[in-house]
Each structure stands twice: as structure tokens, then as C-alpha cells.
Design a protein around this ligand. Sequence first.
Ligand code: KG4
Ligand code: ZN
Length: 362
Amino acid sequence: MYDPLKNLDINKKDPIILGIESSCDETAAAVIRGRKILSDEIASSASVQAQFGGVVPEIASRAHTDAVAEVVERAVKNAGISYADIDAVAVTYGAGLLGALLVGVSFAKAFAYALNKPLIAVNHIRGHLAASYLSAPELKPPFVTLLASGGHTAILYAKSEAEFEILGATLDDAAGEAFDKVARVLGLKYPGGPNIEKCALDGKANVPMPKMLKGGGGYNFSYSGLKTAVINYCHTKEQKKEEFSKADVACSFQKAAVDVLVEKTVSAAKEKGVNTVTAGGGVAANTYLRSSLQAACEQNGLTLVLPEKRYCTDNAAMIASEGLVQYRLGNFAEMDLTAKASIPLAATLETVQSRRAEERKV
Ligand code: KG4
Ligand code: ZN
């Protein structure tokens, strides 16, 4: 009989969590002990997807199906543990590509069931937010965090490991989305962000870009104007058959897209009176963002905690890290867990105390 919560100690010191992530084109599995990463494995279908200029959901699902068992096995083996040592199985249930998510969720359910281990449903974005704990095990809220991924851009106030307040968010496109769209216009390959970053290295920030809701808009952002400005600039140049430097466009775009993130994150931290800033999501892997945010934090006496670059983009260690947060709350999933393609930011940040955790308190 599946009864994993019997005799479970949610206060156990340094529990071992297996994380599984399959929301997009990466099949990933990782094992953490407390906040220490024991192993971290990824199989990516990105090179296949690059031929199509983006992620084809059906190709991603099939690649996950082929890879998931082997990736999980490798993660457990490389962690130097046995299956019995695992305290809980954390899996991304949303948001993402439905078919892709279902592969991870189905595998995690079967795996947890077979081992009689608790299952934890992890929201992918909460995973990005929990990645910072892996690079600074002593990190404790409150802090202000910049979330900049492919689908979200927001500044959050973390009251506790599980409670967030949205201080500002994008009013239209996410920063990562803007990187991806501008990359397409410049003829750069998928994934856009890292390729814009590479291209920008040879350029100068000398192409005029629109103002980025800098002083106004509170801590909100708007990226659609910036994206349109770049598209118009390139199309006008092409129509007039004028030469232009892709590197200069990439560099100017990157500066405009990043400077506003840095400026608003630091002002939010100052207003909230916290002394620590963190960041998460794929765009936080951007070297210009990392160095600008570091410089701005230093200037303002703030400590910056950034996940290593590989833990900014999709990975399973961050899913295990958020799994640990949920484990401590006693928030375990049932076997009827299913995948969710989209989850609004407000719902993502809600604190869910499971019925079972409440039951255990009495
Ligand atoms: O967080 P993530 O892996 O996906 C979501 O959960 O949404 O982030 C992917 C996004 C993509 O838009 C990608 O272009 C962007 O992060 N990205 C970058 C860099 N690496 C990834 N953007 C700018 N510079 C990078 N180095
Ligand atoms: Zn992600």
C-alpha cells in the first residue's frame, strides 16, 4: 500500500530530494541533500529543436520519453546514493508544454509509488526562485528577487521561503521573450538569449532604443515597445538597403533590456529595506546582467546572491531546491497529480499548505 507519509519527519536534517524537470526541451534530474547538490543531469533536445527555430512540443515530449528513465538513473548513481535513501521525489507539474510535463509527472508518480516515497508537485517558476538557495546555503528571506525568465519578468519581495509579494511585473512581453524575438529578427539561432549575448560582445550600444518605463511605471516593465523598435530599425535598414551592424543592435538591445531590470531591482531592495538581492530565470544567466547587478548592489551596500549560470536556465536541481521548501511545509502531492500548461504568476506565488500538513499539526 502506498503510504509514504507514515512516520515521515518533515524536520529531518538535510533530507535527500530527487528533482525531475521536463517542462520544455530539457529532461533533467538532480539529487540534493539539504541545499547541497549531489548530482545534476540534463539531456537536451535543443540541438534538434534549433533546426526548427524553436521548441516543437511533440519532439520535446518524445525526447523526454526516451531520456527520463536514464537521466534519473544517472542522477541517483552519480549522487552516490541508493533509491532507498531518497526522502522525496519533486517534479515540475507546470507551467510548460503539457505533453512534456506529463512525461516527468507520470514518471515521478510511478517512481515515488514504487519506492513508497512522498511526491512533491513543484511549480517551475518557484523552482527558478529557489535556485539561489543552492549557491548560498545560508541565504534567508527576507530579500528582493528579480525573476527574469522566458515567460515572466517581475520583482518580488520574498517574505519567507514560501511567501512572495509581487512588487512589479511586465505589462506585456517577458524579458526572455524579447531576447528570443529580437534574436529571430537578427537571424540568430534559437535559443535567442545566449546568442544575443554572444553577438553583443562585438558591438557597441550606439543604436537608439526607446525609454524603458524607467522612472515611471513603479516596478513594472514593458518590453513590447523595445522589441518593436528593434524590428522597425532592422526592417527600415533592409528596405533602404543600408548596412547595419547586428552586433551593435544586439548590444544596444541588451543594454536597454537589462539596465531597467537592474535599476528597478536595486530601488525595490532599497525601498523594502532588505540587504540581500537574488535573481532567477534564464535571463539571469546573462553576463551583462550579472555584472551590472553586481556593480549596482555593491554601490548600494546590498549583497547579491546569484545562482550559477547553469542553475538560472532550466535544470532539476532548482526543482529539488523548491521541493525542499515544500517538504519542510509538509506539502505533498497525491497520486492524482496532473500537469498544468499555464499558471498565472499570482497563483504561482500563492502559499499552499496541504490538507495533510494541516492534519499532521493536530
Ligand atoms: O527561465 P527559462 O529557462 O525559461 C522559462 O522558464 O521561461 O528562460 C529561458 C529564457 C529564454 O527566453 C532565453 O532566451 C533566456 O532565458 N536566456 C537568456 C540567456 N540565457 C537564457 N537571455 C539573455 N542572456 C542569456 N545568456
Ligand atoms: Zn525555466
